[in-house]
Every structure is written in C-alpha cells, then in structure tokens.
Design a protein around this ligand. Structure first.
Ligand code: URA
Length: 196
C-alpha cells in the first residue's frame, strides 16, 4: 500500500527544521542513524543537493566529507567556490542501510523536508549533484545523462529556483572520462552565478 501522506513540515527556521527532522521517523532512517543535516553557508545564495550521506559523512556529521566530498571540493574550487560560499545538503538526511540509493517511496517521503529546506534557504542558484536529487526535485524519471547540463526551474512553495543538474562526484570517481562533461556543467554554473 502507498505510504500515508506526510504531515506538513512546520519549521520556520533551519534550527527548527533540524529538530523536526530529528523528531520524525522515515522509512530510510535506521533507528540508530545519526542525522547529517548540512554544511556551508546558508546565506551564500548557492545550494548544492546530493543524494545521501555515506559512512564518513555519518561519522563526521557533515555532508560530502568522504572521497566524493573531496572531489566535490575540487569541482567547487575550479569555479572559485568553497564551503563558505555554498550551502550543501542531501535528499536523505540519513545514510540508507548498506549505502543503497533511496528508492522512489523514500525519496517522496523526504521531498517535503527538502522543499522546506530550500524555502528556508532561498538560494539564488542550485546545483543538483547526481540523478537521485535531480529526479526527485525535477519530478522526472529521466536519468542524469539526459538531465545534466541544462538549467531547470524548480517550483517550491510558490517560488521558482534555477537548478543545474550535473554528475555526482562519486560517479566521476568511477568514470573519470565524464569529468569533461562535468566541467562544462561547472562552467555553465559559474557563468550564471556571475549574473545573479
Ligand atoms: N554522497 C552524497 O550524495 N552525499 C554525501 O553527503 C556524500 C556522498
């Protein structure tokens, strides 16, 4: 049976959103899993959304703290960004069991939280790293190969946010030949960043 509709997310501040996340149960959340909420600067105007924390993120309580995070930092540095100039979170605020990808039902359950998160941060631009966050936020079944490199307006709570999907750094670690396309995406991101 489909899951019951999620109760509306109430939080009016990021601190409240964090507490509200802590207080809720989710299908993807193991009872002992620590929350990995966000990193960086919520005032920066740039919001990056990944998929889900892994083991290192869970240990440090910080998104993108492991090998994929090191590559993400390099990608950001290539366009003169760092963690003080971006705000980073994930679709899932918990590491899924066995590091698997959150499934469609889990993603649907997490989405109202991510929407509230976006509405509280009000970024000028968003970078969606990987197919999982891109599909959920863009409400499409298309894969990242089709989605990447093109700007898309995401509607959240009556406001529109320009978002650029690109490859996930963990994928780029496995398929370094795709870094060429990721670089094009980063340049497109930088060009637009200069105008906002
Ligand atoms: N992969 C993600 O999508 N997010 C993280 O925080 C770490 C790895």
């Amino acid at each position: 049976p489909p899951p019951p509709p999620a109760t509306a997310v109430q939080a009016r501040t990021l601190a409240d959103l964090r507490s509200e996340a802590e207080a809720r149960t989710f299908a993807v959340r193991r009872p002992d899993a620590p929350l990995v909420f966000a990193d960086g600067n919520p005032e920066s105007g740039v919001m990056i959304v990944g998929e889900a924390p892994g083991g290192e993120e869970e240990r440090q309580g910080r998104p993108f703290a492991g090998p994929a995070g090191q590559l993400l930092d390099k990608m950001l540095a290539a366009i003169e960004l760092d963690r003080s100039r971006v705000y980073i979170t994930n679709l899932s605020l918990w590491r899924p069991a066995a590091n698997r990808v959150p499934n469609a039902a889990e993603a649907a359950e997490l989405l109202p939280f991510l929407h509230r998160h976006i509405a509280l941060v009000r970024p000028r631009l968003m970078l969606l790293v990987g197919g999982t966050s891109a599909k959920a936020l863009m409400k499409t079944p298309s894969g990242i190969m089709r989605l990447r490199g093109r700007w898309h307006d995401i509607e959240v709570e009556g406001h529109s946010y320009p978002a650029l999907p690109t490859f996930h750094p963990a994928y780029l670690l496995r398929e370094p030949a795709q870094k060429r396309l990721a670089w094009q995406d980063l340049l497109a991101f930088r060009s637009r960043l200069r105008t906002v």
